[in-house]
Design a binder for this molecule. Structure first.
Ligand code: GLN
Length: 487
């Protein structure tokens, strides 16, 4: 059926509930689009039989009068969430064809709400990267210009949504991985407050930073999906917060007259490309038109967030990834002389270059003699970055600025220089280190007609306010409805 792929999650859910279209037809439609656009590299695995069985189950629930909010809505999951019915690779050869015996909490919560799984989406290996070029399988191409990267690490998720291969997708954000690919692909994405979504079954990268969130077309869809994804999971994730699940759609009708929008001066320095700046300035003017007040704020340690993040995240990664030793699951080297040799060969073969680099950096900064100089210092500055935000939130309700300094770059443009990628994370890292909720919403186009995202950051538990600020912007603009040519 044509046009089904242009519907939002809210529109699809309404059509499904009214039995104007069945979950099976909907799933078939999206599966066919995924196959036809396989060249984008977004999907790592699909399984028609499993998807259609879930769709039939959703149709049966609809027929029984079940009123779960997302009944029959198809979605695809970043391959960092474990699933029992699809392989879970984390974009790594280490987990090639790995099958989990259980579903991640976020996946099972969405399934309870009625979501049908279309498959698993490509990402940077273990979510380490900003371009998707670190996937051990294939690069993902940006549908706005296939010579460009889609961003990362949730690049497959952003592309699936942008190219209409799925109405929505899950992503994860450790240092920007939901916001940055959303920005580069004209998608709306939200990372909630750290601890809102359970990390159970999310293959761990940096546990004190990792959060799950939805990526979709609209803030309204993100509100619907995030409401289903969040909630306490005390038995399975000790960092999941004891805050009841919330219906974020309830916040969407509020006026933003008088909303104080903080504009951090450090986000508008030399490094910000002129085309991105123009789009962000336009978005800020739009907020003024909607009655919001712009307030200049300062986040003085913005630059420090890069070294701080690139110490803390690798430190945690080096510990988390020690479980991949070839013993219980994942890749194991075929030939080895003894146990130590098995570990070494397994890890040398299973991990890609960026993952190895981070394990080495992480091990270094945690080692005796360097711990105090690097890791401990980074932890102290992390706290100061979080405090800076609390100072800022005395003057404003939400913070707005760019997601990234440039639009999506060309595949291979950064060559083999990892620093070029790291530096591009500058505007997303501060919010991650502080554990704050953050969004990216489409706000214009820059060089090469590439999308630009506006970053909105809120205070802890401010998701409702953020989603409403985004929703009001989307009521007045149509950037989020534009799609790449040919899709
Ligand atoms: N680009 C950052 C990194 O490479 C963030 C990745 C993420 O959020 N998963 O670590």
């Amino acid at each position: 059926m044509s046009g089904l792929h242009d519907l939002t999650v809210a529109q699809l859910a309404a059509k499904l509930a009214a039995k104007e279209v069945s979950a099976v037809e909907t799933a078939r439609h999206f599966l066919a689009r995924g196959t036809a656009n396989g060249g984008l590299g977004a999907y790592l695995s699909t399984n028609e039989e499993v998807t259609l069985a879930q769709a039939r189950e959703a149709d049966a629930r609809i027929a029984r009068g079940d009123n779960a909010p997302l009944l029959g809505v198809p979605m695809a999951h970043k391959d960092i969430f474990v699933t029992k019915d699809f392989p879970s690779t984390a974009g790594s050869k280490m987990l090639d064809n790995y099958r989990s015996p259980f579903d991640a909490t976020v996946v099972s919560r969405l399934a309870d709400a009625g979501v049908v799984t279309l498959g698993k989406l490509n990402c940077d290996e273990f979510a380490m990267g900003s371009s998707n070029q670190n996937s051990a399988y294939q690069p993902v191409k940006n549908p706005w210009d296939i010579s460009r990267i889609p961003g990362g690490s949730s690049g497959g998720s952003a592309v699936a949504v942008a190219a209409r291969l799925a109405p929505a997708a899950t992503g994860t954000d450790t240092g920007g991985s939901i916001r940055q690919p959303s920005s580069f692909c004209n998608v709306t994405g939200i990372k909630p407050t750290y601890g809102r979504a359970s990390r159970y079954g999310m293959i761990a990268f940096a546990s004190s930073l990792d959060q799950a969130g939805p990526m979709a077309r609209t803030a309204q869809d993100c509100a619907l999906l995030l409401s289903a994804m969040c909630g306490p999971d005390p038995d399975r994730d000790s960092t999941s917060l004891d805050v009841p699940a919330e219906d974020f759609t309830q916040s969407l009708g509020n006026s933003i007259e008088g909303l104080r929008v903080g504009v951090p001066k450090e986000f508008f320095g030399e490094g910000l490309a002129a085309d991105v700046r123009a789009a962000i300035d336009g978005a800020l003017r739009q907020y003024q038109k909607l009655g919001a007040k712009l307030v200049e704020i300062s986040l003085p340690r913005t630059e420090l967030s890069i070294p701080v993040y690139y110490i803390i995240a690798p430190a945690e990664a080096s510990s988390n990834l020690s479980r991949f030793d070839g013993v219980k699951f994942g890749h194991r080297a075929k030939q080895y002389s003894d146990l130590l040799d098995m570990y070494k060969k397994t890890r040398a073969e299973g991990f890609g270059d960026e993952v190895k680099r981070r394990i080495m950096i992480g091990t270094y900064v945690l080692s005796h003699g360097y711990y105090d100089a690097y890791y401990l210092q980074a932890q102290k500055i992390r706290r100061m970055i979080a405090d800076d935000f609390q100072q800022a939130f005395k003057q404003c309700d939400v913070i707005a600025g760019p997601v990234a300094p440039t639009v999506a770059w060309k595949l291979g443009e950064h060559g083999s220089d990892p620093l070029a990628d790291y530096l591009a994370d500058i505007f997303t890292l501060p919010g991650s280190l502080a554990g704050l909720p953050g969004m990216s919403i489409p706000c214009g186009f820059g060089a090469g007609h590439m999308p630009v995202g506006l970053q909105l950051l809120g205070n802890y538990f401010g998701e409702g306010k953020l989603l409403n600020a985004a929703h009001q912007f989307q009521q007045a603009t149509d950037f989020h409805l534009r799609k790449p040519e040919g899709f």
